[in-house]
Design a protein around this ligand. Structure first.
Ligand code: COA
Length: 156
């Protein structure tokens, strides 16, 4: 990939991820939530690191998801603010989807806030469709969640 490479999440990535997380979400995951993703059987992740110039080695994006039998459930994706709008989330999620298909996934699911227009549009562009709505799903604001789903084929 141009200018960046994929890696799996390691403890050494925790601090930069926590910094991106704080700058990306009003209600960010805390350290314990990320530490929990280091171990669980169904926990999957990719961390994107820059390979360019002075930023080489720096974490610029990440995605976390669960893979339970043949279902992929996307929990989180974020791109560092300075690198948004460059197609990084699109390419990262395509790699997550393709990897999950290789592991046997046949469908991908997620919840998203309707107010998060960037995320909803990102998922739509990747072929996700709205298949339901969970009323007052988010306990912080009582906002509904949109349920989105994509049937996975080998050419994701
Ligand atoms: C959502 C997010 C991951 C998108 O990352 P990105 O690398 O900037 O996304 P891409 O460049 O791959 O954009 C892909 C598509 O998403 C949509 N999109 C991205 N940013 C958008 C914005 N600010 N407004 C509207 N649509 C947007 C567009 O359809 C875009 O396609 P286009 O460039 O052809 O118009 C990023 O904005 C982010 O980290 N936000 C904070 C964390 C978050 O909300 N995560 C999602 C919920 S877990």
């Amino acid at each position: 990939m141009n200018g960046w490479q994929l890696d799996h999440f390691k403890r050494a990535d925790l601090e930069p991820i926590l910094a991106i997380e704080k700058s990306s979400f009003k209600w960010p995951w805390g350290r314990l939530s990320f530490e929990g993703e280091l171990h669980g059987n169904s926990c999957c992740n990719f961390v994107v690191k820059s390979t360019e110039g002075q930023t080489a080695g720096q974490v610029i994006a990440y995605a976390f998801w669960r893979l339970t039998v043949d279902e992929m459930h996307i929990l989180k994706v974020a791109v560092t603010p300075a690198r948004r709008g460059q197609g990084i989330a699109t390419r990262l999620l395509k790699r997550c989807l393709a990897w999950s298909v290789e592991q046997g996934a046949v469908s991908a699911h997620l919840e998203v806030r309707p107010s998060n227009v960037a995320a909803v549009e990102l998922y739509r562009k990747l072929g996700f469709e709205v298949v339901g709505r969970r009323p007052s799903y988010y306990t912080d604001t009582r906002e509904d969640a949109l349920l989105m789903m994509k049937i996975l084929k080998e050419d994701v």
